[in-house]
Design a protein around this ligand. Structure first.
Ligand SMILES: Cc1cc2nc3c(=O)[nH]c(=O)nc-3n(C[C@H](O)[C@H](O)[C@H](O)COP(=O)(O)OP(=O)(O)OC[C@H]3O[C@@H](n4cnc5c(N)ncnc54)[C@H](O)[C@@H]3O)c2cc1C
Length: 585
């Protein structure tokens, strides 16, 4: 490693970031990360060797070529152009064509062609491990569609036997792929009058016997506006709407909606809806998020009409919430790693900045926070896998389970998904900001490091899939609904099992006091205080859960060392060159 040498009065300042760039750019997200290995080893069990080999192969792409594609798509000068809509073609045909950066389209194709949700290509753990690795890239305009597709597949699978043949072909396209190509799913729930209040949805579904202009008769058609439609480039969406003229017409049902009817994608004739506008967002710039109007859009029901809300919240949104927890953990691991390496490389006042006690504390805090968040995410996901990756739609469905242990454990999973989503989404922007601070002024530079992008994207996670208040209110309501068979105190004790009694008991008591307060909707002083306590306690509970996950991992940390990695990567390159020379021509 070349030491930086300066001579007073030397006009040709030799300072260079090259050594840092070398180490950062050579780091292989999976191969060089022992913590990731340890987690996978613990959780994937007998599948470890197979997944390890698959991840090594994938990581060779993710860590280098895909990382560069992701960076390129949102370079400052590309950002305003990375999602564009063209409403009409030259011949006055409404086409609503979405254009994105070629890099994003390329990434999307490669990532979707991993067949993440195809049971022939992936198991529960290989799917999770690959998604975790991919999230180290950030959202990149692809991981939101991955999360949405996950939710769509899981909801449709739940009702696979009852789906119409048209709906079944949507499922086949997103899950099993057609000729090796996998389609994307999305989820359109939020409307202009409120995203939190899904029961207030106004989009209508009407069963129409007469044929439409598209030549289809005897089908459900959607009318109305959806106001936050991400992954607008997707081929299919799960959409919530209220079906008219049926007994439960005030309730929200779930529909699978193709973006184009069969044969119309090539002609750019959308399924009777317009994309009115693409949103201009703080983060996830590569992801087209649109406002759309349905005007007779053909839609296929998924599940019972009256269960749409429970299904969408319990399965589709819960899965997206899980994604936020482990996705932000993965992004955090990368942000911390790159920042800590920089702190070891950079010097100030003649010493590496990582050796200042103020920095040492911050490095330790950052490192520990991302490790506990990641350990917590793996532990949470292992619960999901424990139940064969099946989620229960709502409390009513849960109460049909006679086995009380299973009922409680499934309930804990439901609530933990919300708790972890809130805590991780809240903490992530702060952790990335801390990581940015290690770079001083360079941390703010868009072309110096990916952290400004990760920071902007992390701000979105707070709002996606239910903002904090909405989830806190939901958990409070859920605990009250199950009070007869699951006390608030026992819930906390079970959830934090393994942690010290002296930590669990006060939390359980505080939690029980909050849940016993009848409502969070009154604006009296007691309720205001309860709300404040609940907000703080929710974070504390998750911290203990994550700390416990880290203890259970029993990982003996080997801190990353810039100089050691520098030597390792130099050696790796030399060995590779030697190997190449040995290949007979
Ligand atoms: C970039 C981006 C992409 C998105 N993509 C999609 C998508 O693809 N599909 C989709 O369906 N939606 C999408 N959304 C919408 C997102 O899910 C909503 O923004 C979210 O659900 C909140 O709805 P809202 O924006 O209407 O806020 P509101 O519902 O108006 O809420 C505003 C505030 O009020 C608070 N609040 C609401 N109810 C309560 C309560 N009971 N107690 C206390 N506080 C409360 C909330 O916490 C929030 O802070 C996206 C959002 C963003 C930012």
């Amino acid at each position: 490693m070349c030491a930086q040498e300066y001579t007073e009065g030397d006009r040709n300042n030799p300072y260079s970031f090259d050594d840092y760039l070398f180490v950062k750019s050579q780091f292989n997200f999976y191969r060089d990360d022992e913590f990731f290995h340890a987690l996978l080893k613990k959780y994937a069990g007998s599948e470890f060797d197979k997944i390890d080999a698959e991840l090594k192969e994938l990581s060779d792409k993710v860590s280098y070529r895909w990382r560069d594609l992701a960076d390129e798509a949102t370079r400052l000068e590309n950002r305003v152009r990375c999602t564009i809509i063209q409403h009409y073609d030259a011949y006055n045909h409404r086409i609503d064509r979405i254009k994105r950066a070629a890099e994003t389209e390329h990434l999307e194709k490669e990532i979707f062609n991993l067949g993440l949700f195809d049971p022939k290509r992936n198991t529960a753990w290989s799917r999770f491990a690959k998604m975790f690795l991919l999230y180290e890239l950030g959202e990149v305009g692809v991981m939101c569609p991955v999360a949405c597709t996950h939710g769509m597949v899981w909801l449709m699978q739940k009702y696979e036997d009852e789906l119409s043949s048209e709906a079944k072909s949507c499922l086949t396209a997103v899950r099993d792929g057609i000729n090796g190509d996998y389609s994307l799913g999305s989820q359109f729930i939020s409307e202009i009058q409120g995203g939190s209040d899904v029961p207030a949805n106004l989009v209508e579904a009407v069963y129409e016997e007469a044929g439409g202009l598209d030549g289809i008769s005897n089908c459900w058609r959607l009318y109305g506006q959806k106001f936050f439609c991400s992954a607008m480039q997707a081929d299919y969406a799960i959409v919530t709407a209220k079906p008219k003229n049926i007994p439960s017409s005030t309730k929200v049902a779930a529909f699978a909606v193709p973006a184009w009817l069969p044969g119309n994608k090539e002609k750019e004739i959308r399924n009777s809806y317009t994309i009115d506008r693409l949103k201009q967002k703080l983060g996830t710039a590569e992801l087209p998020t649109a406002e759309i109007t349905y005007n007779g859009t053909v839609a296929y029901p998924v599940g019972p009409y009256e269960k749409g809300l429970a299904d969408v919240v319990g399965v589709v949104l819960s899965l997206s919430r899980l994604h936020i927890s482990f996705g932000m953990a993965a992004g955090g691991l990368r942000a911390a790693r790159e920042a800590i390496l920089y702190a070891q490389f950079r010097t100030a006042f003649g010493v590496p900045i990582a050796s200042f006690p103020l920095m040492m504390n911050q490095i330790n805090d950052l490192k520990h926070a991302v490790m506990r968040t990641t350990a917590g995410a793996f532990k949470l996901y292992s619960e999901f896998i424990h139940f064969n990756e099946n989620l229960i739609s709502g409390i009513r469905e849960l109460q049909q389970l006679d086995d009380m242990e299973e009922r409680k454990r499934r309930f804990r999973l439901r609530e933990l998904i919300m708790l972890c989503k809130i805590a991780v989404a809240d903490e992530a922007p702060a952790l990335i900001r801390l990581a940015i601070s290690f770079f001083g002024g360079h941390g703010i530079m868009e072309d110096f490091i990916a952290l400004p992008r990760l920071h902007r994207d992390s701000m979105i996670m707070e709002l996606w899939e239910g903002p904090r208040n909405v989830l806190l209110a939901q958990i409070h309501r859920d605990l009250q609904r199950v009070a007869e068979w699951y006390s608030a105190e026992d819930f906390i004790k079970d959830m934090l099992e393994g942690a010290e009694k002296s930590i669990i008991e006060p939390l359980a008591k505080k939690f029980a006091r909050i849940i016993s307060h009848d409502t969070l909707l009154r604006s009296d002083e007691i309720t205001l205080n309860i709300c404040k306590d609940w907000q703080e306690l929710s974070t504390e509970i998750v911290r203990v859960y994550q700390e416990q996950a880290l203890v259970e991992l029993d990982y003996e940390e080997k801190p990353i060392k810039f100089s050691k990695l520098y030597r390792k990567f130099k050696k790796r390159i030399t060995e590779r060159k030697e190997e190449e020379l040995l290949i007979p021509i």
